[in-house]
Ligand binder design. Structure first.
Ligand code: KIV
Length: 275
């Protein structure tokens, strides 16, 4: 059965951990969907992982729709959440609703995700009022990397911790159905989790969150530009791909691939008539 916002609400109620992974294309989405994961996030991390940008700032609505629709076609059970890219919701609540609507209609999202706390609460409220579920994202919000001055753990001193709690309460109040906590000390993330009625989804926020999310290319060992401390590599698909590609190159050069079993037959009579 297709997972939904109800899956998230029930997860929190029953104390059953929620699972999310990113996906950016049909084949990967189909593969991950078959593992029972609760939701697939078409993260704007696609800017780093798929498009080779140094940050997520340049990712466009068209990028998100293009990749989102591909993921949606591969997800029969997992809920599909699509990230709202930089400047698609910060300008006004009107822009936020229009762009969230495009991610639903053209990208076939089941929900959208956007970054920020108190300052984006009006946008969340407007999108939710339009009937679109919103996942919030606080703590380290990569679209604000230029304001943070780097990828740093958030909420470490008293003032910053209080701001994080305020942000969490604001996005819940605005109607978000869940909130991602990124790069937050474990004890603070657990405190926020216990305070909220909506589930928290942690990434670099420890085991006390209601669920976890990772960028699939990080946990598969496929993305090596940088590996954050919180990433566990559950497999090394990157090395396996390199090995497979090396073997392919060697076999083509040695003319051992394609072999007989990889080719199509034709009657010799037909060939003879060509000479
Ligand atoms: O873009 C993304 O992949 C994300 C996750 C890291 C939460 O926002």
């Amino acid at each position: 059965m297709k997972k939904s916002v109800t899956t998230f609400a029930n997860g929190k109620l029953k104390g059953e951990k929620l699972t999310m992974l990113t996906a950016y294309d049909y084949s990967t989405a189909k593969l991950i969907d078959s593992t029972g994961v609760d939701a697939l996030l078409v993260g704007d991390s696609l800017g780093n992982v798929m498009l080779g940008y140094e940050d997520t700032i340049s990712v466009t609505m068209e990028d998100m729709i293009h990749h989102g629709a591909a993921v949606a076609r591969g997800a029969s059970e997992a809920m599909v959440v699509i990230d709202m890219p930089f400047m698609s919701y910060q300008t006004s609540a009107y822009d936020a609703v229009v762009n969230a609507g495009r991610l639903m209609k053209e990208g076939r999202a089941n929900a959208v995700k956007l970054e920020g706390g108190t300052e984006v609460a009006p946008a969340i409220k407007a999108i939710v009022a339009a009937g679109i579920p919103v996942m919030a994202h606080i703590g380290l919000t990569p679209q604000s990397i230029n304001s943070f001055g780097g990828y740093k753990v958030q909420g470490k001193d008293e003032m910053a911790a209080k701001k994080l709690i305020e942000d969490a309460m604001a996005v819940q109040e605005a109607g978000a159905f869940a909130v991602v906590l990124e790069c937050v000390p474990e004890k603070l993330a657990t405190f926020v989790t216990n305070k909220l009625d909506i589930p928290t989804i942690g990434i670099g926020a420890g085991a006390g969150c209601d669920g976890q999310i990772l960028v699939y290319a990080d946990m598969m060992g496929m993305f090596s530009d940088y590996v954050p401390k919180f990433v566990k590599q559950f497999a090394n698909v990157g090395d396996a791909m390199k090995e497979a590609c090396k073997s392919y190159v060697e076999e083509v050069k040695a003319a051992t691939y394609p072999a007989k079993e990889h080719t199509y037959a034709i009657d010799d009579e037909v060939i003879e008539k060509l000479y």
